[in-house]
Design a protein. Structure first.
Length: 369
């Protein structure tokens, strides 16, 4: 799809500051070896989009370290490929801007230089394997000006989000911001397919008009003026907007049907490759219903949990219903239940750390002041 230009806004609000205040949401680890940004980037590449821009967030080091030249996504090219679109951190500190209009306005040159008919916008806070080729066919079939990607919720979804009201044919008749998204409501997933020329006009007008937010101050104001349609995602799709949603979505990956929907489709989810030894299970190890990444050494018990690369589980240690990020050492006889442990942590021998399903305990790195 060489007529589509990709643009991913990695400046999503950090809704998980309890876990890591400095790491942007885009680079939050997920599913034993992935990062949240991998889904948006892979979905674009799988649709044949050969030019993708990343609007970088504040504290972008982890993003740059993960994506690098983007060779894993086949975007390390002499022509087209990946473009980093950095923010002015000094300007952001002195004169912070709300919303996303200003970020888009500063990067209009990228859209102009791309010389494509369509622009595909995406955020970085959704776990989904989306076929954007289908979205394009839907967009053309309905002669739409704008197509928004959404998921009809099969259960209540705590946390704010944008909700679409649609007709049977997908025509969007209303949009609103909801404090809590209810069952059967259409949750907007951040994907927007729009004509480039229309996007350029809308962003310029919005910026000069003093508007801040693209969705509820620009798109919502044009529901009656433009042909805006909603494309419904049928497979697994979850928006990460809290510690609870992150934990629940991570635990969903332990169910085989969900894992297959995300990672075992024809369209793969790509990530940074690390050549490491396979996980090592010692004689005393007991592992059930868990995801265990390369480089782990397990001497204890792991149940219904996710272990990232190079996690070491000591003898007689027990880990249940937990997410343990890379390079963490869990000492002997320690017990962890409903815990999210950030990377590079040291869990002392005999430690007992317990949270609940709705409020998992977060183990983070504390800075000395």
């Amino acid at each position: 799809m060489s007529d589509i230009l990709g643009l991913i806004n990695l400046q999503c609000p950090n809704t998980m500051k309890e876990l890591n205040a400095k790491r942007p949401l885009a680079s939050e680890p997920f599913g034993a070896k992935f990062r949240l940004m991998d889904f948006a980037l892979s979905n674009m590449v799988n649709a044949g989009i050969d030019t993708v821009g990343l609007i970088l967030p504040f504290h972008s080091r982890s993003v740059l370290d993960h994506v690098r030249s983007a060779k894993e996504w086949d975007l390390a090219r002499k022509q087209h490929g990946l473009y980093y679109l950095p923010m002015d951190e000094e300007e952001e500190l002195l004169h912070p801007k709300e919303g996303d209009i200003y970020s888009y306005y500063k990067n209009l040159r990228y859209v102009e230089a791309g010389q494509r008919k369509y622009l595909l916008l995406s955020g970085c806070d959704v776990v989904a394997n989306i076929d954007y080729e289908e979205v394009l066919h839907f967009h053309r079939k309905h002669n739409a000006n704008i197509t928004l990607v959404y998921k009809k919720q099969d259960a209540d979804c705590p946390g704010e989000g944008y909700v679409l009201k649609t007709k049977a044919n997908g025509h969007v008749t209303g949009m609103k911001k909801a404090e809590n998204v209810k069952k059967d409501e259409n949750l907007f997933l951040g994907g927007v397919l729009i004509d480039c020329e229309l996007f350029l006009r809308m962003i310029r007008r919005a910026n000069f008009g003093g508007k801040w937010k693209f969705f509820n101050e620009v798109l919502a104001d044009n529901v009656e003026n433009l042909r805006i349609f909603g494309f419904s995602v049928k497979g697994y799709a979850k928006r990460i907007n809290s510690i609870d949603s992150y934990f629940q979505s991570s635990m969903d990956m332990l169910k085989l049907e969900n894992w297959r929907e995300i990672f075992h489709q024809d369209n793969r989810i790509y990530t940074k490759i690390k050549d490491e030894a396979p996980a090592k299970y010692m004689e005393e190890a007991r592992v059930t219903d868990s995801l265990v990444a390369n480089g782990c050494i397990i001497e204890g018990t792991v149940e219904n949990s996710i272990l990232f690369r190079k996690v070491r589980v000591g003898r007689n240690a027990v880990i249940r219903n937990s997410i343990i990020m890379q390079n963490t050492n869990v000492g002997e006889d320690a017990v962890l239940d409903y815990v999210i442990c950030d990377k590079d942590r040291e869990i002392q021998p005999e430690a007992v750390l317990e949270g609940t399903e709705k409020e998992p305990l977060c183990i983070i790195k504390h800075e000395v002041r």
